[in-house]
Structures are given as C-alpha cells and as structure tokens.
Write a protein that binds this ligand. Structure first.
Ligand SMILES: [Fe+2]
Ligand SMILES: [Fe+2]
Length: 280
C-alpha cells in the first residue's frame, strides 16, 4: 500500500462555534485535536526527517515519506480550523505556545543533560510510536462512531475529523515499524516505557486544552463545567473514553502490531469519499 496525502478542502463558513449543537463541552473535547495535533505532527516531521536517511528498507522509506506528507497536510488543515476559531473569538495561540514548550521538553531534539544522543533519538521514536497508536485509536473511533452524527454534529467538521482519523488508521504501522528498524531488540521495552510516559502526558494536555477552550469561549462567559460534564460526554459516546485504555493494554503485548488495530477497510471507505472534494 502506498501512502499518499489527499489534501481535501473544507468550508467552515456555515459552521457554528459549537459545532455539536448545544454541546459546548463535547465540542471542545473534540476540538482538542485541532490544538494538540499540529504540535505533535510538526514534532514528528522534524524527528523523521532526521531518521529517514538511516533507513535501509526502501519500502519503509517510501511509507515514511507518505506518512510525512499526510502529517504535514493534517497540521495545515488544523491550522485553518484554529484560524476559523479565532474569527469566532476563540484565540488559542497562547495555549499552543505553552503546548510547544511542553512538547520540546518531553520529546524535543535536545537530549536532557547526560543522555546520549542515540538513546534520546530512540526514546523519541518510541514516544512517537506510542502517540501514533493513540491517534489510530481515536481515528478509528471517529470513523466508526455514529454518536457524533446522532448529536447533530456539523457535517464539514465531521468530514474533517474523519479524513484525519482515517489517514491515522491508514498509516498506523509506520512509526512502529521505524522504531523496530532502528531500535531492534530494544524496541519492545522502549515502546512499553514510552506508552507509560505518553498516556499521562497527552491526558494532561487534553484536560488543559478542554479547560482552556471552555474558559476562553466567548459564548460561555460565566458558565462552569466539571466532572459531571465529562461523565455525560463518555456516557453519550461523544469521546472515545474506555477504548483508549483497552488499546493501551493491547499495545503492551509483545506480539502486538498496529496492523491489528482499527479497520483499514472502514478508513479507506471514508478516504474514497474524500476524493470528491477539491484539493487544498
Ligand atoms: Fe495526523
Ligand atoms: Fe499520524
């Protein structure tokens, strides 16, 4: 399978800020993707451009190039959503700047004092593979759930989430295979340790991103949200919830490979529908 970037365009002109009607909490819970993904995706691009020349397997090199093209397109599309949010009075730049700093400390290109460069590079590859496992899980959720449709989610925003989600399923194995190629027998302990570090890191960012948007949303002045809203979100299936923890448990198995995760058939069905859209 050759990975290719599709570059569909989306029209937000008629999309309301609360694009899941009367569901500001669920809207912003899903908007976290627009805030966090570009930071993660740009980090991946810098990392894998560094690693690409070391890979000997031509098929893997080809897949990695396709993966990088897809991630670059995702980051650009999310930036467009952030600009659209800004037009609606929700400015996210301060949060994203803080998120960039956190990412650099967590997985940036400068090794912490005393850590050899090669060990740091392998650790970053393991962190990236853990992150990509989680984006595959969220991606599969977005293409397989009907909860967002039932809640009346805006079709353009839904199409955007599903395009990104489907490509995450499509390229689910690339970072895992690169880790195995570079780290060899140390890939397994590295990936387990990296998942243990990645899950709380991303969960913390997710929480902060939701809280930031709820606090800065111009339509929500004075409204407060809490644990009950989070529980209602999960009960109504408007976020993946438990599926993430189950997927983390699968990832820890020594025989795990991402080809077992999500549904490629479903993802490619979504992507086939995208070709009708004009290109970015
Ligand atoms: Fe992506
Ligand atoms: Fe990805």
């Amino acid at each position: 399978m050759t990975l290719q970037a599709r570059r569909p365009t989306f029209d937000w002109e008629h999309t309301p800020l609360h694009w899941i009607p009367d569901e500001p909490y669920a809207t912003h819970a899903n908007n976290t993707l627009h805030l966090l993904a570009p930071v993660f995706e740009r980090g991946l691009i810098a990392l894998y451009k560094e690693v690409l020349p070391r890979l000997k397997d031509e098929r893997l090199r080809q897949e990695l190039r396709g993966f990088l093209a897809q991630e670059a397109t995702h980051a650009r599309a999310h930036d467009q959503v952030l600009a659209w949010m800004r037009e609606h009075g929700l400015e996210t730049a301060p949060f994203i700047a803080a998120c960039e700093r956190d990412w650099q400390a967590f997985a940036g290109d400068t090794p912490p004092l005393g850590v050899p460069a090669e060990a740091w590079l392998r650790w970053r590859l393991a962190l990236a593979a853990a992150g990509e496992h989680l984006t595959c899980v969220v991606g599969h959720w977005s293409v397989s759930t009907d909860a967002l449709d039932r809640a009346g989610a805006d079709p353009e925003m839904l199409a955007m989430l599903r395009w990104h989600g489907a490509e995450e399923v499509e390229h689910r194995a690339v970072t895992f295979d690169v880790l195995r190629a570079v780290a060899g027998p140390t890939a397994y302990p590295l990936r387990v340790a990296a998942m243990v570090a990645t899950l709380p890191f991303l969960a913390g960012l997710w929480n902060r991103a939701v809280a930031y948007m709820l606090a800065n949303d111009p339509l929500l002045r004075g409204r407060t949200f809490g644990r009950r809203d989070y529980q209602a979100l999960l009960e109504r299936g408007l976020a993946p919830g438990r599926a993430i923890l189950e997927a983390v448990a699968r990832y820890m198995h020594p025989a795990f490979h991402p080809d077992q995760e999500g549904s490629l058939e479903l993802a490619q069905g979504v992507l086939a529908g995208m070709t009708r859209r004009p290109a970015l």
